[in-house]
Design a binder for this molecule. Structure first.
Ligand code: ACO
Length: 378
């Protein structure tokens, strides 16, 4: 049977043109969060993220994300004991982490999480498990022994401690708390979408989080923050920024820490992290060089991509903040995932409650056999 190529059918897509990327396609209704480009803010369950940073620790923010807001402060999600339980499951598996990058180690460990007595997974258990897996993955990749969690500490303090960081430094703990709260939720970003797709099958929370973790590794999404620092290292003193970035753009490379599908313009979390860094750690040499490089990069992007309005995204100063906290570069994406897990769970829950099975269409552009080669059914 020979395949003809004369006609390209619409296939499943039924005439809808596509350039991929799903820009502007609405696939869900949510009351969890809204990146508000017009007013340059992130609205989370009806409140401005900047209020939440001052009002809640990460444990409270989790509860705030997972329930319809009520009056009064949300209770803290019980993450401490849950970290201890997760560590008990993960520790015996740490001998098998050799050679895995931290995110792959997280996926491996997280997959092993057993169901609880009720046959499912509580949101707090999943968030705690992702945090512990992040720390274990980072420690293992550096050849260091695991550090057991301490249930009485805050999630931010313990996360820093389990990674071998200085949990006695109040500035670092505060900076990590700000980072976790600010990065916990952000509309229908790529990893959250992946979680919602899986949740739409009613597979449950854990598989949804696992899907999100897998979507997170790419350099265009959760993998970007460490690449920002690699670029800043390459740039060196800020005077070199223009030439380095011009070369990268000529080679068709992306400039990490710039551009966003979530906002038309500057991401409001960018300046939140910039201000937090300046307030907690001062204007370090690295900070000043990065601020000068930012201006040069934006200028070069405007020249290279006129009409595109590519602005600084959350990863740029987020990476500087993580560096100042003392998180090793290989831990940036794991810590980001540990924060975002709260949002993945909120969306997965919402999707499972209200959503329909997500099943979009593709336009078939391959070859087709000649229909005349087959006699029509009679
Ligand atoms: N550097 C260079 N060019 C860029 C950048 C960038 N950072 N961002 C967009 N562009 C250009 C593309 O090259 C393309 O140019 P062309 O039309 O001349 O080919 C054009 O803008 C459109 O590209 P898209 O990928 O369609 O743009 P979009 O705005 O949808 O992309 C994205 C968003 C993927 C985040 C992009 O800006 C990017 O790759 N940024 C760098 C990676 C990064 O920092 N990722 C973290 C994002 S925040 C997060 O996920 C938590």
């Amino acid at each position: 049977m020979s395949a003809g190529t004369s006609t390209v059918p619409d296939g499943e897509a039924r005439g809808v043109p596509t350039r991929g990327g799903l820009d502007g396609v609405v696939v869900a209704q949510t009351s969890i969060s809204f990146p508000d480009s017009v007013n340059r803010r992130l609205v989370v369950r009806g409140r401005d993220l900047r209020d939440l940073i001052d009002a809640f620790g990460y444990e409270q923010l989790c509860t705030f994300l997972w329930q319809e807001p009520t009056t009064g402060a949300p209770e803290a999600a019980p993450l401490g004991e849950a970290r201890v339980r997760a560590f008990r499951v993960f520790q015996p598996l740490c001998a098998h982490l050799g050679g895995l990058d931290p995110l792959s180690a997280m996926q491996f460990l997280f997959s092993s999480l057993p169901r609880d007595a009720a046959g499912g997974h509580m949101p707090a258990d999943l968030v705690a498990a992702v945090g512990v897996a992040a720390a274990l993955g980072v420690r293992a990749s550096g050849g260091s022994d695991p550090i057991a969690p301490a249930a009485a500490l805050s999630h931010a303090t313990d996360l820093l401690r389990m990674m071998g960081g200085d949990e006695g430094d109040a500035r670092k703990v505060r900076a990590l708390e700000i980072y976790l709260v600010a990065m916990a939720e952000h509309g229908l970003n790529v990893s959250t979408f992946a979680a919602r797709v899986v949740a739409s099958t009613r597979a449950g929370l854990k598989p949804s989080v696992l899907a999100a973790l897998s979507a997170f590794g790419g350099p265009l999404h959760g993998g970007a923050p460490s690449l920002v620092l690699d670029m800043l290292d390459e740039i060196g003193p800020s005077a070199g920024a223009d030439a380095v970035v011009a070369r990268k753009l000529e080679r068709g490379e992306r400039i990490f820490g710039f551009g966003s599908r979530g906002y038309d313009g500057r991401d409001p979390r960018t300046d939140l992290f910039k201000a937090s860094h300046a307030e907690l750690f001062g204007r370090t040499e690295r900070f000043d060089a990065a601020a000068a490089a930012e201006a040069a990069i934006l200028g070069r992007l405007r020249l290279a991509k006129p009409g595109r309005a590519i602005e600084t995204n959350v990863e740029y100063y987020g990476a500087l903040l993580l560096e100042a906290i003392g998180i090793p570069r290989c831990g940036f994406t794991p810590v980001f995932a540990a924060a975002r897990c709260a949002g993945w769970i909120a969306h997965s829950h919402e999707e499972a409650l209200n959503g329909r099975l997500m099943r979009p269409a593709a336009r078939y552009v391959g070859a087709v056999p000649d229909p005349r080669a087959w006699p029509a059914d009679t």
